[in-house]
Design a protein around this ligand. Structure first.
Ligand code: NAD
Ligand code: ZN
Length: 380
């Protein structure tokens, strides 16, 4: 079958002859992929920022498809079902799943210290092959896969597997109160969705920072918010302080993740910002721009041992930090409703529909922010 093959940092190729996945456990299903996205999370793998990302692995954790085969213990799905598959792999039975922490399942990634299981996301999350391929093995098929409601656009469905729940959970974890000022770092698909969802929780003002003008323009229109280029505002922390009577934002959201440190360093050398090298990650900005007693919500993904939180400021300001992989299954029922009622328009994020054969080009376009790319979808 056709499948993406990781060859090392910034090297992706497509194989035509990857062996078909097989049922390895009675609760497995095999899904024929009909849409698969590239996520900002994949860029961390692509850029070599996640340890134990093995050459030969297939990425892809945002996909929908048709059930081709089910194991003998699968009773919630049948062959031919059209399903969206949450990016989290979860057993549904462990103490974490029982608390609806589906991103932190204890069984899907045994032996790891913290993370749960994720499709196509290195051996730090279980070493599962992902959905940037024609077929994918879906473990615990009674738990995650959800039949796509009649009439739902597949482009909406594929974004419900990650981007929508992640953006929503970013806002939710912020504990936004009516009238709050919410600052979102990152205007990628996740930050854009977080900005959009912040209003659903009652935000009074939403401010987004990025450095890509086309993304700032996009988020202003899509999420009806303010958006600023941190390469021209100067220190975004100072900017937020000035905008809030020197109090700080009520809630800051990090929707950037692992690349931020590198990007920020370029910013420093390029624009001579008065920031210490290495201290300008989105996490630092979020902690420093939030008010005393405020909340920082982190959905940006980092390598397991990245160590970027300015802990002294967290303590002295009494900040609450909330962070997690999104718990897709927990959020799906309400988010499906929001899509069906027109409250959220996920497919509006998709700028590129690219044949799966051209996945390597798609990585290049998305990674380099070419052609005003917001969200690319691969079509087998
Ligand atoms: P993306 O790469 O498309 O977007 C990131 C954006 O951040 C880019 O537009 C970039 O220009 C901008 N940026 C870089 N440095 C910045 C800085 N210092 N301040 C502000 N903006 C900065 O990625 P995405 O798909 O939107 O994903 C965003 C993050 O969310 C990634 O880290 C991804 O791994 C993570 N993510 C988390 C979950 C979860 O469940 N927690 C799920 C999906 C994605
Ligand atoms: Zn993703």
């Amino acid at each position: 079958m056709l499948a993406m093959n990781y060859r090392g940092p910034q090297r992706v190729r497509m194989d035509r002859d990857k062996p078909m996945p097989e049922i390895l456990h009675p609760q497995d299903a095999i899904v024929r992929v009909t849409r698969s996205c590239i996520c900002g999370s994949d860029l961390h793998l692509y850029n070599g920022l996640v340890p134990d990302t093995r050459v030969g692995s297939t990425f892809g954790h945002e996909f929908i498809g048709v059930v081709e085969e089910v194991g003998s213990d699968v009773h919630k799905l049948k062959v031919g079902d059209n399903v969206m598959v949450p990016f989290n792999i979860s057993c549904g039975e462990c103490s974490f799943c029982k608390q609806e922490l589906y991103g932190n399942c204890h069984e899907a990634n045994p032996g790891a210290t913290a993370a749960g299981g994720i499709f196509g996301y290195s051996h730090t999350t279980g070493g599962y092959d992902g959905g940037q391929a024609e077929y994918v093995r879906v473990p615990y098929a009674n738990v995650g896969p959800t039949v796509i409601p009649e009439g739902m656009d597949p482009d909406d469905a594929v974004l419900l597997t990650d981007v929508v729940p992640t953006g929503y959970q970013a806002a939710e974890m912020g504990g936004i109160q009516k009238g709050d000022t919410v600052v979102v770092f990152g205007a990628g698909p996740v930050g854009i969705m977080a900005a959009k969802c912040a209003w659903l929780f009652g935000a009074g003002r939403v401010i987004v920072f990025d450095k890509e003008e086309y993304r700032l323009e996009f988020v202003r229109n899509y999420a009806n918010c303010e958006a600023y280029n941190f390469e021209s505002t100067g220190d975004p922390v100072l900017f937020v302080k000035k905008e809030t009577d020197w109090i700080g934002a009520d809630v800051c959201i990090d929707a950037v993740g692992a690349e931020a440190a590198g990007n920020a360093l370029q910013t420093i050398t390029g624009r001579k910002l008065m920031l210490q090298a290495g201290s300008a990650t989105a996490v630092h900005w979020a902690v420093n721009a939030v008010k005393k007693g405020g909340t920082v919500s982190i959905v940006g993904v980092y390598g397991p041992t990245d160590n970027l939180v300015p802990i002294g400021n967290v303590v002295n300001k009494g900040i609450t930090i909330r962070a997690n992989q999104a718990s897709v299954k927990r959020l799906l029922p309400r988010l499906i409703e929001h899509v069906q009622n027109g409250v959220l328009d996920p497919k509006g994020l998709i700028t590129h529909r690219i044949p799966m054969e051209e996945t390597a080009d798609a990585y290049h376009i998305f990674s380099e922010k070419l052609d005003n790319c917001i969200k690319p979808v691969l079509i087998p």
